[in-house]
Write a protein that binds this ligand. Structure first.
Ligand SMILES: [Zn+2]
Length: 252
């Protein structure tokens, strides 16, 4: 293979020429980073490795390297010496206190799952209620107006029933849409939470999303005991998590 590549090390010194195999080894050894300037006659100018022809060759290697340098909390890429390791999790200095707090709050199992505890889940839930309330504003207005047209009649009861059903449909669709698409409702996302299945996979089926909605209503009807058991469960499961075999975890 042609000796066609040069690179500039961090101190600005040119090295080379090397062939592609050697360049690949440099990447593995960590001497070449995505932003290392590289030159070849064909290329005709200095370019970042990630923008050169070599980028295609090294895409997997760089990906793996990036994964090692990623803060597990904010997913920003840092230099290895700026990352601290807490219980085996690489983490940047900025996120360190947050990660420590989360590790204290939630239980941790191998694979670094941190479960969402009672309070953060309550806040996420309140946020979801507010969002659903906003989505329902047009229906609520229509509901109030139509009630004023038919005071105290059989139609009133029908309107109330229709509104009740409609609210439920909105709730079900809300759950199905967000859980199948993002494995999290907007409230959960806002707090960095998401759902996983008991086997650790993230893909939530629409049947499960729907079932979870009704299981949640059931837990709510029992004086919110369905929610309160989160406090006592080692995997922070609510009743609807038990019934649907789901866990609420921190996703970032
Ligand atoms: Zn971070």
């Amino acid at each position: 293979m042609a000796l066609s590549w040069n690179y500039k090390s961090a101190d600005g010194i040119e090295n080379g020429p090397f062939d592609e195999v050697r360049m690949k080894q440099f990447v593995l050894e960590g001497a070449l980073k995505a932003d290392t300037p590289v030159w070849s006659e064909k290329q005709g100018e200095w370019k970042k490795l990630s923008e050169s022809e070599l980028a295609g060759l090294f895409v997997h290697l760089l990906g793996a390297e990036r994964e090692n340098r990623k803060c597990k909390m904010c997913e920003r890429i840092s230099n290895p010496d700026e990352l601290v390791e807490i219980e085996g999790l690489p983490c940047c200095a900025e996120c360190k206190p947050v990660l420590i707090r989360r590790l204290q709050e939630g239980s941790v199992i191998p694979g670094y799952i941190v479960y969402g505890g009672f309070w953060v889940r309550t806040l996420a839930k309140i946020l979801d209620w507010i969002i659903i309330g906003v989505i329902q504003i047009p229906f609520t207005i229509a509901y109030v107006i139509s009630l004023s047209f038919f005071p105290e009649s059989i139609i009133t009861a029908l309107i109330m029933f229709a509104y009740f059903i409609l609210s439920m449909v909105v709730g079900v669709l809300f759950n199905i849409f967000f859980l199948t698409k993002y494995s999290a409702t907007p409230g959960k996302m806002a707090f960095g939470l998401g759902l996983i299945n008991a086997d650790g996979t993230e893909k939530i089926s629409w049947q499960k999303s729907m079932g979870r909605y009704f299981a949640e209503i059931l837990g709510g009807m029992m004086m919110y005991i369905g929610y309160i058991i989160v406090v006592f469960d080692k995997e922070k499961r609510a009743l609807h998590d038990y019934m649907c075999k789901t866990r609420v975890v921190y996703k970032r």
